[in-house]
Write a protein that binds this ligand. Sequence first.
Ligand code: SAH
Ligand code: SF4
Length: 428
Amino acid sequence: MNVHDTEKVTGALVERGYAPVEKPEDAELVLYNTCSIRDKAEQKVFSRLQQFKRQCGKGKIFGVLGCVAQQEGEKIFERAPHVSLVAGSASYPRLGELLTQLESGNRRVTGLAFDSEESFETPFTRRDNPNRAYITIIEGCDKACAYCVVPFTRGPERSRSSASVIEEAARLAAEGYTEIQLLGQNVNSYRDPSPEGWNFATLMDRVARIPGIRRVRFTTSHPRDFGKEIVDAMDRNPVICDHVHLPVQSGSTKVLAAMDRQYTRDEYVRRIDWLKNAGRAYSLTTDIIVGFPGETEEDFQQTLRLLDEVEYDSMFSFKYSPRPNTAALGLPDVIPEEEKQRRLVILQERQRAIQIRRNAALIGEIREVLVEGRNQALGQWVGRTSCNRVLNFTVPEAGGEPLTGRYLPVRITRSGPNSLVGESAIMV
Ligand code: SAH
Ligand code: SF4
């Protein structure tokens, strides 16, 4: 989502006559997009701002965008006086106006209000990847997970009209993009604001039918809003990739309640069962937080057992990080840092063993990859399967032909915990 926000901001700047440069020192305007999901990411921002100042020299204009900007607001001007613009993502629809103020010499420009009902769409988005295009379908978040800063930094939920999503996807397909990734903090709660009133399953179904689109992905799903109709839409459309990222956060119903996730372990597992009993095999991935206040050893063991039960293909795992304004800040039974670290290591080891086993089971199979590029050092092409695994492969007769952007069948010959190795199954 942050990558795509940057693509949109870049597009808005280019449209205004700015041109991108390779190095910050060549820039006149430096806009730094930021994340504050965990404390560590936030701390980096201020050291990077100092670094940019040293690197770029005098007379440059600096702006801070994204979640740290929203969260810290005008305090950023005090901590980093060389910064002239502070704007959160909910203010990007006003970006043109903010830039006008900067260009006319105003050195304290802010965009921090949540008063806009608009989502930030621009026809000028500068996409970095020539084959895969991100499309935002919903911005903000109306959930209130007790650990999470997003509702405070990205504002309330705003869905885009289905017509504008379909129009953008069709235009991108006509431009040659073959993979569409639908984005939102919680895509499952998408509600078309236009009279059509489509839900997420219908929207995805229609995007998948656009000629030229070979892959559709979506992220992120909230389990509470992940209905059976989504699985049915996936089953109906082979174009929708064989992968669902369904963040569980914890395997303990007690911790889930404390997190205010609005589902129990059993309700989550029911959704996993839909996917396991569906029309084809779906790859499942998740996010887990360890060391949430009050998480006992037994709660943690339940999370480990959930990993064994579901057998995820990949997992993002985090130590709980207290965030400003969030409900969890006041909770008792804070878990010491060393204990969080111990649980994280155990969790990651358990998941690594599952991935080693699951990836090894794919040896000998043929999977189609979208080729993403070439790793010169290894002499291998890099592709991604529909189930979102990285597959590095060789092509016997490639003869230097550029393969990036093509779809190729690849036979899997070796596996590791995080990726697969193979050989192209056809002569290119
Ligand atoms: N909207 C997405 C979450 C985006 S944040 C969702 O609901 O799935 C991505 C992940 O960061 C979350 O799933 C969670 O695992 C992690 N995360 C968020 N806040 C955190 C915090 N305060 N401490 C540790 N991890 C956190
Ligand atoms: Fe954060 Fe929960 Fe919203 Fe995801 S659903 S962005 S974790 S509040």
